[in-house]
Each structure stands twice: as structure tokens, then as C-alpha cells.
Design a protein around this ligand. Structure first.
Ligand SMILES: NC(=O)c1ccc[n+]([C@@H]2O[C@H](COP(=O)([O-])OP(=O)(O)OC[C@H]3O[C@@H](n4cnc5c(N)ncnc54)[C@H](OP(=O)(O)O)[C@@H]3O)[C@@H](O)[C@H]2O)c1
Length: 320
């Protein structure tokens, strides 16, 4: 396993982290608690120290399963880096909305600490920008939690460069969590260079494009009810056909290197300058165990160029 510093926070993270959105079940067609516990154990056993969760993942369930899994194994608290989030609210009908007001955060941190059965959070991140709350107000409260020792590092997710600038005027910032994978590279034009320039750690989410880059999907994917990939742009229409064509070519390349396409895709994320961590989402032990093949090698310049060619060819085919 490779390790890295989380910006200037002093927190050390494994470069492959376990993502537990699917483990919460919400928007993924449900979950299996025992299988989820085994998945977390598999991650810990292979040396993954860093686990990303959020209150809204299963409306508390993902955080609770994480605590249950660590508790059963008696994993010492200091051996694991728990990253969770705040700023999403929900109701009984599972409607969700953004809320990063100070009073909400003060309640959320205590709810997360209770569910996670701990008295501090290693990385506390705003989940989505809240257009109704000034960033200054949110940042000020999180700064207080940081100074009180309730959180060891501060992060934001899904922020623009302007929002990053505004946050940093009011509170420390150690990490940024954007979507980033071979098929979705928007951050390369602004957020990623900004993070490099300002020493912010980058935790790339959906490095497998929600499973697409594992190579297991075919022309007619079969999702369970409640799995939002059913209507996800990446999995529908011409976009999906294009993505499948790319994956087929990447599969050939990965096989030549003795790797799977998922390993190639996550290695690509980790090899991009400025990326600190890839958040590998998994819901079975075997899924996360595949991540073992990501560490200890790098893509060469020729490999990177070949991947660019594969992506460019797909764009040219789509334009025809
Ligand atoms: N901050 C944010 O707004 C935000 C947004 C999204 C994600 N995240 C974080 O990033 C993490 C990862 O992103 P993600 O969950 O969206 O997507 P991902 O990591 O790109 O894909 C995860 C999914 O791919 C499938 N998969 C994973 N490994 C596999 C393997 N070896 N073989 C076959 N299938 C495999 C599994 O789904 P199936 O088995 O169901 O196919 C799994 O749930 C999340 O868990 C969460 O912690 C954060």
C-alpha cells in the first residue's frame, strides 16, 4: 500500500481509500450489512487505512456499519483515518437537500461522532456547496471544531476554484474531494492545478466511474430497483456506448500489462500530478481486494500516451 500526507494537516492516508457510499445502500439499490462488514474488514486487512463515508449514505447506515466493522475487529482508533462529511439534510421520504448552516453542522458532528462511536473525526468535509449559506459562516464553525480537536483535518467536496478561494479566506483547508476518473476529467482545467499550487490534497471520487471502468458492464446493464445508475448519463444512450468502447480498448491494454481495467483506471488516477488518494467504492470483499493490484507500479509515459489516444479516438468516433 502507498501512503501520502493529507495536505498540510499531518494526517497520513493510504493512497487507495475505501469509499462506502454503496455500503449505505441509498441510490445503489440497497445494501447487505454483513457483506459490508466483511468488505471493510477486507480493506483493513490489505492495509487500507483510510475510509470515506457520509451521514447521507444510507441516512446514517454507512457510518454505523463502519463503526460496527471496526468495533468487531477491535481496530485501534488511531490505525484508521475516518473521513466523513456534513451539509446534507434529509427527511423520512428520503428527500435530500443541502444545508451547511452553523446550527446544522453543530448537530451533525455530534450525530456522526455517535454513529461512528468515536470522539474525533480525521477528515471532516462539506459534502456539496450550499448556495443558501455564506461559505464564511460554514467555514467559521468548522474552524472551531478543528481548533477544539473534534476534527483533525478539513476538506471540501464538489467545490469550484472560486469557492475554494472563499473558504480559505475564513478557515484552514487541507483537502478537496472532486469527481475524477478517466472518463470525467473536468477538474484538470482548474481545480487540480489550484490544489497543486496551494498544497491541497485531492481525494478523487468515483475513480471507477461508478463501476463502469471495471469492465463488467455490457450493452444492456441490469440494475436493481433504486440503483441510480439506471438513469445516470454515464450508463445511458450514446454516452454509454462510447464509454463501453473505451473500456474495451482499455481492457486489452490492461491485460497486456497483467492488470485488470479497474487497476489500470485507478493507477491512472493516482499517477496524475496532484492526486493524493483514489476513493475506491466497494461493497464486497472481492471488489476491494482487486485494489491490491494498484500499488507498487506506475504507468509509463508511453502508457499514458496510449490512454490519451484511446480517449481521443472515442471522441473522434462520437463526432462522426
Ligand atoms: N463527495 C461526493 O460528492 C462523492 C460522490 C460520489 C462518491 N463519493 C465517494 O467516493 C467513493 C467512490 O465513488 P463511487 O462509489 O461513486 O464509485 P466508484 O468507486 O467509481 O465505483 C464503485 C462501484 O463500482 C463497483 N465495483 C467496485 N469495485 C469493483 C470490482 N472490483 N469489480 C466489480 N465491480 C466493482 C461497485 O458497484 P456494484 O457492485 O453495484 O456494481 C462499487 O460500488 C464513494 O463510495 C464515496 O465514498 C463522494
Amino acid at each position: 500500500m502507498e501512503f501520502a500526507k493529507l495536505g498540510t494537516s499531518g494526517v497520513e492516508v493510504s493512497r487507495v481509500a475505501l469509499g462506502t457510499w454503496a455500503i449505505g445502500g441509498w441510490l445503489w439499490g440497497g445494501t447487505d450489512v454483513e457483506q459490508s462488514v466483511r468488505t471493510i474488514h477486507a480493506a483493513v486487512d490489505m492495509g487500507i487505512t483510510t475510509i470515506d463515508t457520509a451521514p447521507v449514505y444510507g441516512f446514517g447506515l454507512s457510518e454505523e456499519i463502519l463503526a460496527e466493522a471496526l468495533g468487531r475487529r477491535q481496530v485501534p482508533r488511531e490505525k484508521v483515518v475516518i473521513a466523513t462529511k456534513f451539509g446534507m439534510e434529509w427527511d423520512e421520504q428520503q428527500n435530500t437537500w443541502r444545508n451547511a448552516r452553523p446550527e446544522r453542522i453543530r448537530r451533525e458532528i455530534d450525530d456522526s461522532l455517535r454513529r461512528l462511536r468515536t470522539d474525533y473525526i480525521d477528515l471532516y468535509q462539506i459534502h456539496w456547496p450550499d448556495p443558501n449559506t455564506p461559505i464564511a459562516e460554514t467555514a467559521q464553525v468548522v474552524k472551531e471544531l478543528y481548533e477544539a480537536g473534534k476534527v483533525r483535518a478539513i476538506g471540501v467536496c464538489n467545490y469550484s476554484v472560486e469557492q475554494l478561494d472563499e473558504w480559505r479566506r475564513h478557515a484552514p483547508l487541507h483537502s478537496v474531494q472532486p469527481r475524477y476518473n478517466l472518463l470525467e476529467r473536468q477538474i484538470e482545467k482548474d481545480v487540480l492545478p489550484y490544489c497543486r499550487e496551494h498544497g491541497l490534497a485531492v481525494l478523487a471520487y468515483s475513480p471507477l466511474a461508478r463501476g463502469l471502468l471495471t469492465g463488467k458492464f455490457t450493452a444492456n446493464p441490469n440494475f436493481k430497483p433504486g440503483d441510480s445508475r439506471q438513469t445516470d448519463r454515464r450508463f445511458t444512450g450514446e454516452n454509454y456506448e462510447r464509454n463501453l468502447r473505451i473500456v474495451e480498448k482499455l481492457k486489452v491494454m490492461a491485460a497486456e500489462k497483467g492488470k485488470t481495467v479497474a487497476q489500470l483506471a485507478v493507477r491512472w488516477v493516482l499517477d496524475q500530478p496532484g492526486v493524493t488518494v483514489a476513493l475506491w467504492g466497494a461493497r464486497t470483499p472481492a471488489q476491494i481486494q482487486e485494489a491490491a493490484g494498484v500499488s507498487g507500479w506506475r504507468l509509463s509515459q508511453d502508457d499514458l500516451a496510449r490512454i490519451e489516444t484511446i480517449l481521443n479516438e472515442a471522441d473522434q468516433e462520437a463526432a462522426r
